[in-house]
Design a binder for this molecule. Structure first.
Ligand SMILES: Nc1nc2c(ncn2[C@@H]2O[C@H](COP(=O)(O)OP(=O)(O)OP(=O)(O)O)[C@@H](O)[C@H]2O)c(=O)[nH]1
Ligand SMILES: [Mg+2]
Length: 221
């Protein structure tokens, strides 16, 4: 069951200084089971950590002021089926829907890290197939408060992110709101960058097309 919810308007940054147009961004939160996908999402939406979240798949619509402009986030907090079904966990429809991705693993769960690696490759394959130049992804190592149970080092996370041109943060959704805020902030910047590079590629393609039309025609004149 997929539930759609709308949150009240919030202020996460300073008020708009000019009349900047509203930004819209669709974010897919994915990762293995019990890594803290809902905890991270709910932390960003409400600033709170409530401990248990159940496994209801939800899309939240969240309007917020960020970096001086109004942003409308649609956040899809996905659920992950059991280990045997992991391969089918993220479907093409979800990937096509999203502008940006938050890929969560737990620093105390190596399997969830391997799963994140697979999913990262799959997202990039699917998005590039559909013509994307840059794919906005933030890799998140959650449960940073559980240092004594750590099985994935920070370096491994950072290296994976570097090798896939993704952002990287280690956070504790249980301990602070700040980590969740930074993750969404950074991802929004990446979404904006990827839009402008797509526009540039399209306009370069247009320029090449018009030039070849002109020169092509001259040749046949
Ligand atoms: N210690 C600690 N526990 C956390 C943290 N984030 C989430 N948890 C706990 O981890 C468990 C799973 O959290 P969820 O947010 O439900 O994880 P999920 O990835 O959404 O799980 P599914 O939707 O079932 O796949 C819960 O008991 C949370 O309280 C964290 O940063 N630190
Ligand atoms: Mg969940």
């Amino acid at each position: 069951m997929l539930v759609q919810l709308r949150t009240a308007f919030q202020q996460a940054g300073k008020m708009s200084e000019g009349n900047l147009p509203k930004l819209e961004a669709k974010i897919l939160v994915i990762g293995a089971g019990k890594v803290g996908k809902s905890a991270l999402t709910v932390r960003f939406l409400t600033r709170r950590f409530i401990g248990e979240y159940g496994n209801i798949e939800s899309i939240y619509t969240h309007n917020v002021m960020m970096g001086g402009r109004e942003v409308c986030f649609s956040i899809w907090d996905s659920v992950c089926p059991q280990a045997a079904e992991l391969q089918g966990c993220m479907n093409e429809k979800q990937v096509r829907w999203a502008d940006g991705f938050i890929l969560v693993y737990s620093i105390c769960d190596r399997t969830s890290f391997h799963f994140a690696r697979q999913q990262l490759q799959r997202i990039q394959q699917l998005k590039r197939k559909s013509g994307a130049v840059k794919v906005p992804v933030i890799l998140v190592g959650n449960k940073r408060d559980l240092q004594h149970r750590r099985t994935v080092s920070s370096e491994e996370g950072r290296l994976l992110a570097l090798s896939t041109d993704s952002g990287f943060f280690e956070i504790s959704s249980a301990e602070t709101y700040h980590g969740a805020l930074v993750v969404f902030h950074e991802l929004l910047d990446m979404v904006r960058d990827s839009r402008s590079s797509t526009k540039k590629t399209v306009s370069i393609r247009g320029l090449v097309r018009s030039m070849s039309a002109v020169f092509g025609r001259r040749r046949t004149d």
